[in-house]
Design a protein around this ligand. Structure first.
Ligand code: NAD
Ligand code: TYD
Length: 347
């Protein structure tokens, strides 16, 4: 089996690449990544010499390049994670999200369809998506696989569009596909523009913790390795033309999560209780900020037997330990362009 994973140098992608390279010695795993600001080969340095692994640097927006690599390596399966993934960046530059998330996905779909069209058997296109396509929940209810799409940010609109294209290629050309929509991930290798790693980095450096609005927004958090396990399972055992929601059964209001993070950081850094909480600063809200996301993951649980294995307290502790032990990684990704981004976002 020749398997293409896109976006494998990013946060979730690197955990998926590692898992498949280490689990399936009979597969060859190709990791296609453009190495944008979010892509980092340091994330994979423990497996980059594995005989069943090849890194391909390239941009999924380049249709000719995508077509050539499909013809050259003749992939049997695709796990597509490459994307622009940060909501705040999508508010500043929506077109970047249209290019990578929509056009990039359609380029991959075209290449897969053209390579496989004579015989779709034993082929699979797996599109990794987000719960943000469903929009925002009120105080009650959960997103199920049949919840209507209602995206509110340019990021979620671009992911919703790509999900629709994948489904349309299934209906129109018979392309065998699966889609999963997952809640917020956290864990090692997370780029420090997202809430948890940004706040860990700021606590280490005694910088303000910029909580948007009143901090009463709710997210459902899943440890990234549990997501990688779910992706492995859906890729191998999911049914064609199906969607699976993946979530942590783990809702937190931002402000409560931030307080827990502050407590754990104070303990690990040997600071007195309450030190990090003093850094909490309420700042201007994100435009179009979705109030609440929460996933009903009962389908993947009952059909494929998946459930999260790590509690939030344990996952958060492991995550903090990883950042404290990987100071060089953190320093490398927060030097250079990161400073300019931070200034523009938070000054
Ligand atoms: P990330 O931003 O950490 O990584 C994205 C990767 O894609 C990077 O390595 C980047 O270099 C690469 N990439 C970007 N544009 C590219 C292009 N044009 N061509 C080739 N490679 C390109 O993202 P992530 O958080 O790991 O998310 C991965 C996927 O999972 C995304 O599709 C995202 O929508 C989805 N997802 C993320 C979360 C989450 O909480 N992070 C939750 C649910 C779903
Ligand atoms: P984020 O990690 O960007 O994920 P998403 O927007 O995809 O859910 O944000 C998680 C929550 O944290 C969201 O409600 C926005 C909020 N947030 C802040 O309050 N301050 C910040 O600096 C960031 C990055 C996020």
């Amino acid at each position: 089996m020749q398997i293409l994973i896109t976006g494998g140098a990013g946060f979730i992608g690197s955990h998926v690449v590692r898992k498949l390279v280490n689990t399936y010695s009979e597969y060859h795993i190709y990791n296609l990544d453009a190495l944008t600001y979010a892509g980092n080969l340091e994330n994979l340095k423990d497996i980059d010499k594995a005989p069943n692994y090849t890194f391909l640097k390239g941009d999924i927006v380049d249709a000719e390049f995508v077509k050539q690599i499909f013809e050259k390596y003749r992939f049997d399966g695709v796990i597509h994670l490459a994307a622009e993934s940060h909501v705040d960046r999508s508010i500043t530059d929506p077109l970047a999200f249209v290019h990578t998330n929509i056009i990039g996905t359609v380029n991959l779909l075209n290449a897969a369809r053209d390579l496989w069209k004579e015989d779709f058997s034993n082929k699979r296109f797996y599109h990794v998506s987000t719960d943000e396509v469903y929009g925002s929940l009120g105080a009650e209810g959960l997103f199920t696989e049949t919840t209507a799409y209602d995206p509110n940010s340019p990021y979620s609109a671009s992911k919703a569009s790509s999900d629709h294209f994948v489904r349309a290629y299934g209906e129109t050309y018979g392309l065998p596909y699966v889609v999963s929509n997952c809640s917020n991930n956290y864990g090692p290798n997370h780029f420090p523009e997202k809430l948890i790693p940004l706040f860990i980095n700021n606590i280490i450096n005694n910088k303000p913790l910029p909580v948007y609005g009143d901090g009463k927004y709710t997210r459902d958090w899943l440890y990234v390795k549990d997501h990688a396990d779910a992706i492995d399972l859906v890729f191998h055992k999911g049914s064609n033309h199906e969607t699976y929601n993946i979530g942590g059964f783990n809702e937190w209001q931002n402000i409560d999560l931030v307080k827990l993070l502050c407590q754990q950081m104070d303990q690990k850094l040997g600071r007195s209780e309450g030190t990090s909480e003093k850094l909490i600063t309420y700042v201007k809200d994100r435009p179009g900020h979705d109030l609440r996301y929460a996933i009903d993951a009962s389908k993947i649980n009952s059909e494929l037997g998946w459930k999260p294995s790590v509690t939030f307290e344990e996952g958060l502790a492991r995550t903090i330990d990883w950042y404290l032990e990987n100071e060089t990684w953190l320093n490398n990704v927060t030097s250079g362009d990161y400073q300019a981004y931070y200034e523009e976002m938070y000054s």
